[in-house]
Design a protein. Structure first.
Length: 165
């Protein structure tokens, strides 16, 4: 049992490793999520970003951080899936994104972060919860904003949260 707990602690630690380095992009590939696809929502001071192709509005920073006009500041509040779902439900009109919605933010030509660097490149990168439940009490879909990978992780792990509406 203690080995399992240590394994979960290690997985959680690795999941929350942050990398604030400049994005690494393929020089010969056009960006799939260029800067002009996004715009700051009026009256949000840039804290909310609208995707002109999907119409979705995203929080620019991870849950717990605030946009100060230049960067995401403050402490990220990692949560397990249940906590993230409850927090998002209480923050209406915000909610957890579906797997497809969060995958829609992934910049396929870049990594570290695998997001549009101008709009979403400040703050920590790592595994982010989606609302997509795997149909079991144990797993839900997550998307890694550093690499673009998609996985099914244990709902009890404290991971990042990014809200959408």
């Amino acid at each position: 049992m203690s080995l399992r707990i240590h394994g979960l602690a290690l997985a959680a630690s690795l999941a929350l490793v942050t990398n604030l380095a400049q994005a690494v992009c393929f020089a010969d590939s056009p960006l799939t999520r260029p800067d002009d696809r996004y715009q700051a929502v009026d009256g949000s001071n840039g804290a909310e970003v609208k995707d002109s192709q999907t119409g979705l509005v995203w929080q620019r920073c991870m849950h717990g951080q605030t946009w100060d006009g230049t960067t995401c500041s403050g402490n990220v509040l990692p949560q397990d899936w249940s906590g993230a779902s409850k927090t998002a439900a209480a923050a209406k009109p915000w909610r957890l994104p579906t797997q497809a919605e969060l995958e829609g933010l992934i910049e396929k030509s870049c990594s570290k972060p695998a997001l549009n660097n101008h709009w979403f490149g400040t703050g920590p990168m790592g595994w982010v919860w989606t609302a997509t439940d795997m149909g079991s009490p144990d797993g839900a879909v997550v998307v890694n904003t550093e690499s673009g990978l998609i996985a099914n992780l244990i709902k009890k792990l404290p991971l990042y949260v990014r809200w959408v509406r």
